[in-house]
Ligand binder design. Structure first.
Ligand SMILES: NC(=O)c1ccc[n+]([C@@H]2O[C@H](COP(=O)([O-])OP(=O)(O)OC[C@H]3O[C@@H](n4cnc5c(N)ncnc54)[C@H](O)[C@@H]3O)[C@@H](O)[C@H]2O)c1
Length: 271
């Protein structure tokens, strides 16, 4: 078991990638603390984990509120006595033209995706440096948007780039304290976001064909694949990694353009 008895907080554990992370971490022996705004949804995840013999504890928490973050950390320490891992996974997506973006839009996206992860990193790191033995692993869930962008994503991209920036600073500052901080940047995953994308397309078939042209592996990432990469970063298998931004996108950002359409398989430039 890669995370035996490690106490790991996972935000946004009520839906999507966070649920899978919670289930896989618990299966690897972690005591998982599930955080999100809906306690009902968290309890469902908690019940599924405990039914399989895992250890899970739900805390209702809005990550954009500093009092909630402090309460999440206090409850975790009171319940389990230490914090060994944190996954800042809670996030809101955003698609709206830059020219129409308002201060409210900015504050909502930055509040959850950047401010929440920044201050929860700080609160957990304070525990990690003072507990015995000291140290821990913090994983920020950013996005392929930290490598390249799409129209309508300015606040989201600002937040996700910000996660990379502050994580490098904290990684450098706390390396000697044995606190590691890494970013995991997923490509397109099969969560509710995929349903939203399909709903906006003329047809599901057309939508799949488009994305297959833009993803070399020609498929979506399953939530469990991101959960497995998260376990690696939380575990002692990754002790040489801190300050990294690992891209998990099935090749999407390595591909220069969508698939070449004219069939020019061999071009002989020696004329
Ligand atoms: N799904 C993808 O294709 C994809 C790709 C790249 C990055 N990501 C990132 O992965 C993370 C998870 O994405 P997902 O697809 O599972 O999203 P999702 O919408 O399915 O789940 C998001 C989770 O965050 C929680 N959350 C949102 N606002 C919150 C708040 N204020 N306080 C506490 N919890 C809050 C939600 O309740 C939910 O549990 C996000 O940070 C997202 O930006 C997702």
């Amino acid at each position: 078991m890669l995370l035996k008895d490690k106490v790991v907080i996972i935000t946004g554990a009520s839906k999507g990638l966070g649920v899978s992370m919670a289930e896989v971490c618990a299966a690897e022996g972690a005591k998982v603390v599930l955080a999100a705004r809906s306690i009902e949804q968290l309890k469902e995840v908690e019940n599924r984990i405990t039914t399989k013999g895992g250890v899970a504890y739900s805390v209702q928490c809005d990550v954009s509120k500093l009092d909630d973050l402090q309460m999440l950390v206090d409850k975790t320490v009171a319940k389990f006595g230490a914090i060994h891992g944190l996954v800042n996974n809670a996030g809101v997506n955003y698609v709206k033209a830059f020219l129409d973006t308002t201060e409210n839009d900015w504050e909502r996206v930055i509040g959850v995706d950047l401010k929440g992860s920044f201050f929860l990193t700080q609160l957990c790191a304070r525990e990690m440096v003072k507990q015995t033995p000291k140290g821990g692993s913090i994983v920020q869930i950013a996005s392929v948007h930290t490598y390249a962008s799409l129209p309508g994503a300015a606040p989201y991209d600002a937040a996700k780039h910000g996660m990379v920036g502050f994580s490098k600073a904290v990684a450098v500052e706390l390396a000697k304290e044995k606190v590691r901080v890494n970013v995991l940047s997923p490509g397109l995953c099969r969560t509710e976001i995929w349903n939203d994308i399909v709903a906006a397309a003329p047809s599901e078939k057309e939508c799949i064909a488009f994305w297959n042209a833009n993803i070399p592996a020609e498929r979506l990432i399953e939530p469990e694949e991101i959960a497995n990469a998260t376990v690696f970063l939380l575990s002692d298998l990754s002790t040489s990694l801190t300050g990294s931004n690992i891209i998990a996108d099935l090749g999407m950002t390595s591909q220069l353009i969508s698939k070449e359409p004219y069939g020019s398989k061999v071009i002989d430039g020696d004329r």
